[in-house]
Design a protein around this ligand. Structure first.
Ligand code: NAD
Ligand code: ZN
Length: 342
């Protein structure tokens, strides 16, 4: 099969012929239809300090996908060839305290698809059956392809109750964009998006933001009067990985507010702990998705009218992977999809 491979230490990816993955007795082999490009894939492609530490080449990269089952292992029930599925990219151990208690997203032994094991930027991908999620007939395949980052958005957006609340989203990358739509769907009063990139601010407005502001031009506090907010934001979602954004969010929170932190900073960040204490804020780290409550919520919210399609802005065939990666890196984009069927 053809796959996008990190062949050795150093920048770049190669489209190469590699063996179709083997299928163990508990595994499912999937013919990949469409994939989404994630920031993680960009880190691996460019071979930054994180990638050099985390990745052992050769590796098939990629973890956001939708595809069709072609083969199931001998132990597998409930899945049939022809089913349309996506995969949870975190393969957990199944044996630790949290896994045994059903809190699999808290597993400390998680292995990432396309990071610690061969991934989905390929014609075929193999996963344990416990990592495979059925889609409903008629699902939009582009949306199905990005259930993994959509799950990050939903997990973060539902970390604190948003019904009737004033919500801040810092960073309107693909995940911040989807989280904006989720917060709206879940009944937030205002969703203010802070994002320096004008293209992404325009997308945020399409996703339902009440206001999309450039943090270089205006402070978060300057929105309060305009939106009839008294004290500040009740809930914030940190989706930029940027220190200035997190500090600004803490400064603009109302007493008792909650900040869900998904963004991954590249360095340590110093924070005003006094503000956290005296405002009695709750800061909560979010990693991955809850297995599988988040997946359930994604499915039913889409079925009840949530629309995340404006967050998908670019489409390429897999042979145009260099152009696809360039579009994802450029910033004037939302989610970039690659098709593996053409
Ligand atoms: P992205 O890099 O496309 O988006 C980040 C956005 O933040 C960009 O649009 C950028 O312009 C904006 N930004 C930069 N400085 C800002 C500032 N001062 N104020 C407001 N916005 C600012 O990333 P993404 O794919 O949307 O992912 C969002 C974040 O979540 C990233 O940090 C990513 O590494 C992280 N992530 C975490 C998990 C997890 O499980 N915790 C999973 C996936 C991604
Ligand atoms: Zn575990």
């Amino acid at each position: 099969m053809l796959a996008l491979v990190k062949s050795g230490p150093g920048p770049g990816l190669e489209l190469r012929d590699v063996p179709i993955p083997s299928v163990g007795i508990n595994d499912i082999l999937i013919r990949v239809h469409k994939t989404g490009i994630c920031g993680t894939d960009l880190h691996i492609e460019s071979w930054d300090a994180w990638a050099a530490k985390a990745i052992t080449p050769p590796l098939v990269v990629g973890h956001e996908f939708v595809g069709e089952i072609v083969e199931v292992g001998a132990n597998v029930a409930d899945f049939e060839p022809g089913d349309l599925v996506s995969g949870e990219g975190h393969v957990v151990c199944g044996r630790c305290r949290h896994c045994l208690a059903g809190r699999r997203h808290l597993c400390a032994n998680t292995i990432g698809l396309g990071v610690g094991r061969d991934g989905a930027f390929a014609e075929y991908v193999s996963l344990p059956m416990t990592n495979v999620w059925h889609h409903w007939p008629g699902v939009n395949e582009e949306v199905a392809a990005i259930f993994d980052p959509f799950g990050n958005a939903v997990h973060t957006a539902l970390a604190f109750p948003v019904l009737g609340e004033d919500v801040l989203v810092s960073g309107a990358g693909p995940i911040g964009l989807m989280a904006t739509a989720v917060a709206r769907h879940a009944g937030a009063r205002h969703v203010v998006v802070s994002e320096p990139n004008a293209y992404r601010r325009a997308l945020a407005t399409r996703m339902g933001a009440t206001l999309a502001i450039d943090p270089r031009e205006r402070s978060l506090e300057s929105t309060f009067d305009e939106l009839d907010m008294v004290e500040g934001f009740d809930v914030a979602m940190e989706m930029s990985g940027n220190a200035i954004a997190l500090r600004a969010a803490i400064g603009a929170m109302a007493h008792g507010g909650g900040i869900a932190i998904l963004g991954i900073p590249t360095e340590e960040i110093s924070l005003d702990v006094n503000a956290i204490v005296f405002k009695m804020l709750t800061l909560r780290g979010i990693y991955g998705r809850e297995m599988y409550e988040t997946w359930y919520k994604m499915t039913v919210m889409l079925q009840s009218g949530l629309d995340i399609t404006p967050a998908i802005t670019h489409r390429f065939g897999f042979r145009e992977h260099e152009a696809a990666f360039a579009a994802a890196r450029a910033g004037d984009s939302g989610k970039v999809i690659m098709d593996w069927t053409s």
